[in-house]
Design a protein around this ligand. Structure first.
Ligand SMILES: Cc1cc2nc3c(=O)[nH]c(=O)nc-3n(C[C@H](O)[C@H](O)[C@H](O)COP(=O)(O)O)c2cc1C
Length: 228
């Protein structure tokens, strides 16, 4: 009897959950994930991968309990960090609009994907500079590092170094970077797979899975904060 009642209610419960998810989309309640392009080069190959993720935004969002927000580190035109006090504990910061915008954009997200190339066995200085502007904005939040390169190694040294820095800011770095090799052979400038992309199926699945993963952990940490 109880089972019959539960089963007959299921469609309504399911629909109400779906509706509330949709209803919350775009509001402050919805979990937000920043996807951050960490190369500021005009001719960045990472931009092709970034655009691919952006082109698939709707598809990804239909599978997760989160909204995706795409930002490029270059858009904030951050000068080399120059403040007289470290951001941590400095309550009296008055910053120019774009610098404050970077901090606010990072603060308002619940999780992050950093898209980073490998520059000289590390990650680009523009990412380190941007991170130095932060204090507690990414603390206790999930981060996935996605590395890429124009060769078969996929930029993994860059990811290892970036993860160490993110950990210092108390972010929960998801183990195992996602590495995308030969980015120029797989994605075109409009953010689509090239016709002769050698790893289309593999990366299609891998990227889809990565979005689900960061969404899962962003929600997990958002909804389960350790009480100090
Ligand atoms: C300054 C610089 C340093 C680089 N160092 C490395 C490196 O150490 N290892 C590597 O695999 N690729 C290296 N590369 C090649 C990059 O993987 C490739 O240029 C990639 O496209 C860079 O990303 P971007 O185009 O989005 O800036 C380097 C590229 C640049 C511009």
């Amino acid at each position: 009897m109880v089972l019959v009642f539960s089963l007959s209610c299921y469609p309504f419960t399911y629909l109400s959950k779906r509706f509330s998810k949709k209803y919350n989309k775009g509001s402050v309640i919805m979990t937000k994930i920043n996807i951050i392009l960490g190369s500021s080069r005009e001719a960045s190959l990472g931009k092709n991968l970034f655009k691919y993720l952006k082109n698939n935004q709707k598809k990804y969002e239909s599978q997760i309990d989160a909204e995706l927000n795409f930002i490029e580190i270059g858009q904030y035109e951050l000068p080399f960090f120059y403040e007289s006090l470290p951001p941590m504990g400095n309550k009296h910061r008055h910053l120019p609009v774009k610098q404050q915008q970077w901090i606010d954009d990072m603060d308002s997200a619940d999780g992050y994907i950093f898209l980073t190339p490998e520059y000289n066995h590390s990650f680009p200085a523009v990412i380190k500079n941007a991170i130095d502007y932060l204090s507690n904005q990414i603390s206790n939040k999930a981060v996935l590092t996605m590395t890429y390169a124009n060769n078969s190694r996929g930029g993994q040294f860059g990811g290892l170094e970036l993860n160490a820095v993110l950990t210092r800011l108390n972010a929960f770095v998801i183990p195992q970077n996602v590495a995308i090799s030969n980015v120029q052979k797989n994605f075109d400038e409009d953010g689509h797979f090239l016709e002769d992309a050698p790893s289309k199926d593999f990366y299609e699945k891998k990227l889809n899975q990565s979005i689900k993963k960061i969404s899962f952990y962003s929600n997990l940490f958002k909804n389960n904060q350790f009480e100090q």
